[in-house]
Design a protein around this ligand. Structure first.
Ligand SMILES: [Zn+2]
Length: 269
């Protein structure tokens, strides 16, 4: 390809040279021009001058849609989830909030990827992370409810890497981004819920039972994208359970989760 380009350039250069040469010869034969007298233009009466065309605002190129992966926790290799004394199942609460969160994110122009298609579908935590990875998600939001004699919401992130089945992760960039996401998410939950639930702030994967053993949660270890695990309420706390049973409250926490996810995703760009 290269020699062809060179030949083309040479031909063009020769063509220009011959044109210039011809132009010079022709100009020498022309008589000298008389001097031009400039007459000042009369000012135009008002109203005649056409307004300059209005500046058309250039359409801004649309930024690519943010991608949020929603991972409604359970059933997985870690079981079907907790069950409250009154019968509220964690897997159902996770699924219902996930649906509300998806609706909220889509309404805000976000692309949503779900890690499972229906409430009872069993998906391993490794597979859930891989779904978020394949989607190149800006953030993976893992929804859970605790059952640990506490109350309120807690946002967990992998501060350090862990190891499971010979795989060590997540890498430093994912850990740091997850830390930023955790702060944004915790603030959004605090603001969005207005103290209706106890705010336990941000904790690390290490502070969970599985994280203590592995260094990080399995869903974090396999993640190539920023990842958070959110324990939304504690199912051993009767007031938390009552709160979570309300569809209105589920929409409220979903809106706060969407705020947190997008605050992080927008800030990270
Ligand atoms: Zn859970």
């Amino acid at each position: 390809m290269r020699p062809k380009v060179k030949r083309a350039c040479l031909t063009m250069a020769l063509g220009v040279a011959s044109l210039v040469g011809g132009g010079v010869t022709a100009h020498l034969l022309l008589p000298a021009r008389p001097p031009v007298t400039r007459v000042p233009l009369a000012p135009e009466p008002p109203g005649v001058v056409a307004d300059p065309p209005a500046e058309q605002p250039k359409p801004k190129p649309e930024p690519p849609a943010r991608v949020i992966c929603i991972d409604p926790g359970h059933p997985s290799e870690n079981g079907a989830g907790a069950v409250a004394a009154d019968g509220l199942r964690e897997v159902a609460a996770n699924w219902q909030v996930a649906q509300a969160l998806r609706t909220e994110l889509v309404r805000r122009g976000t692309k949503v990827v779900m890690t499972k298609a229906k409430e009872g579908q069993k998906v391993t935590n490794r597979k859930r992370a891989e779904i978020a990875n394949e989607a190149h998600a800006d953030l993976c939001v893992r929804l859970h409810c605790d059952a640990n004699s506490g109350q309120g919401h807690t946002v967990y992130y992998p501060e350090e890497s862990g190891t499971v089945d010979g795989r060590t992760g997540p890498d430093k960039a994912v850990r740091e981004a997850s830390g930023h996401a955790a702060q944004a998410m915790s603030a959004a939950l605090r603001e969005g819920l207005g103290g209706e639930l106890t705010d336990n702030g941000v904790k690390t994967d290490r502070e969970t039972a599985i994280g203590r053993k592995q260094g990080a949660l399995t869903g974090s270890i396999y993640s190539h994208v920023p990842v958070l695990t959110i324990e939304m309420v504690d199912l051993t706390h009767a007031a938390d359970v009552r709160w979570m049973r309300s569809a209105e409250n589920q929409r409220k926490i979903a809106a706060a989760l969407a705020d947190g996810a997008l605050r992080f995703a927008d800030g990270a760009r």
